[in-house]
Design a protein. Structure first.
Length: 176
């Protein structure tokens, strides 16, 4: 069921009343890894997700329906740029896409206590990933701010020929 709620003066779409947005636990790491394995996201070891759940839980969010993981965002604050939250990965189960879950994950993240000094949300996105580009452009619209795009990780940095460039999407400044 869809509806609208107000979060810090922002209107957000509620995908379903049964989806909760939570701090990840260590046990969520393997489900995050499985969701990634079934998506177009870059594959990483399960260890990486378990490690994020242990050391970066305050800047990661899991979306669950009836206890099952249906989406997540992993992020961290770069040590030298304390006003930035860098979104490493955001993924939603294919069966749950288009319901506003990714937008809600980002809003939950931005409004965490750990992000109280954040003014910019950054992420890298490949030129072909239109869904992800729409997600960050929508975030900028929601906060009535800019979304700038610049080169960051060029194709030549990757060890194989089959990795697209990763563009830097920077949303902000964000007023909360
Ligand atoms: C990108 C992703 C996380 C979006 O999740 P979602 O829950 O479906 O996104 P939302 O429902 O919150 O939609 C956010 C915006 O993106 C748009 N969008 C979502 N999927 C889209 C698609 N396939 N093509 C174009 N726009 C799309 C939505 O329409 C919405 O924008 P709008 O309100 O302006 O219309 C999801 O498609 C996914 O998991 N993709 C695979 C993993 C990935 O590429 N992650 C991002 C790279 S880190």
């Amino acid at each position: 069921m869809k509806g609208e709620i107000t979060i810090n003066s922002q209107i957000a779409t509620v995908p379903t009343e049964t989806v909760s947005f939570e701090l990840p636990t260590l046990e969520d790491g393997s489900a995050m890894w499985e969701l990634v394995n079934n998506s177009t996201l870059d594959q990483n070891s399960a260890y990486k997700y378990i490690m994020m759940c242990e050391y970066f839980a305050e800047t990661c969010v899991v979306a669950k329906e009836n206890g099952k993981l249906v989406g997540f965002v992993t992020a961290f604050i770069p040590p030298k740029r304390q006003d930035v939250i860098f979104v490493w990965q955001v993924g939603v189960d294919p069966s749950q896409r288009g319901k506003g879950i990714a937008s809600k994950l980002l809003n939950e993240l931005i409004n965490r206590k750990a992000c109280e000094n954040i003014r910019f949300v950054e992420a890298t996105v490949t030129p072909s990933n239109k869904a992800s580009q729409s997600l960050f452009r929508k975030l900028a619209r929601e906060y009535n701010t800019k979304c700038s795009v610049s080169d960051l990780f060029t194709e030549d940095l990757f060890p194989s020929d089959d990795h697209e460039a990763e563009l830097n999407f920077r949303v902000g400044p964000i007023q909360k």
